[in-house]
Design a protein around this ligand. Sequence first.
Ligand code: ADE
Ligand code: ZN
Length: 332
Amino acid sequence: SPTAEFIAGLPKAELHVHLEGTLEPEVKLALAERNGLFLEQDTVEEVQATYEFDSLASFLAVYYPAMDVLRTEQDFYDLAMAYLVRAKADGVVHAEMFFDPQAHTGRGVAFADVITGYHGAAVDAAQIGVDAHLIMCFLRDLPADGDPNSAEATLDALLASPEFTSWVIGVGLDSDERDNPPRKFAEVFARARQAGLHLTMHCDIDQPDSIEHIRQAIHEIGVERIDHGTNVVEDDSLVADVIDRGLGLTCCPVSNSFVTEDSKATEIVDLLGRGVTVTINSDDPAYFAAYVAGNYEALAQKAQLSSDQIIELARNSFRASWLTDEAREGYL
Ligand code: ADE
Ligand code: ZN
């Protein structure tokens, strides 16, 4: 359609994509074969049939086991490079990609293999015209400290190597939000900030204590972005804080429609109209069947976006990015 071509043709940044969420069924099958692993599923259709979820928790219950096929540095490289090639086709010229080291180190994969594979793809993405960066996420349902696979131990693994540290632009927080507030990770995030890293956190759609978690992320942690964060629309004083601080929201309309049965299109467009730096992203595109352009298209259709609004969303993706101010100017 003309809209699809227009959207794909707009240069854009993707700021909320989990590399582990780009594991397509074909890739899962191929990696199982390559690594000599037994899988319950033999075909793409059988893998897709396991993709049954209607909430964040039920999504995560499918998502983590599927990652078991990722074993070697080459696996992480191939996963990230396949995403970057696909994102390029959607007009992505700048990507800030989440990865979940604890989902791998917790099952015996070396931290170095995860980060080296992903970093290699980020470097090689320059050859296809994508400026790619990594954001290391902590799993909020694991301990903050006092455990070999805690957030603190994971930050230690990063900061122990100046080289690894230089491969990451920021840290994030994801996984199951229930009873895992931002405050739980205050010390870890303070250390990451000290190390010069940017800070973001998920405040997922319609979670228990959503507003309180957004408040903590802004006022106790000092995040620069909120991933999802769309529930902020329910609290005018927090919307004002988001605007005053110039915080970006990385919204994911198609993901929303899987985990809440509502794309939150009305809320996203409301926030855009109020001057919030709202951005559109894919979250876990292999699971939600839409890469970034598909998310713009779904929102455009649902909310009857004008081309000016679509352009504004694409410009916001650079405004909310962690590009240097000079590089950002080149895109705006
Ligand atoms: N991990 C991958 N996708 C996620 C999401 N949307 N929310 C929380 N954790 C995630
Ligand atoms: Zn996410």
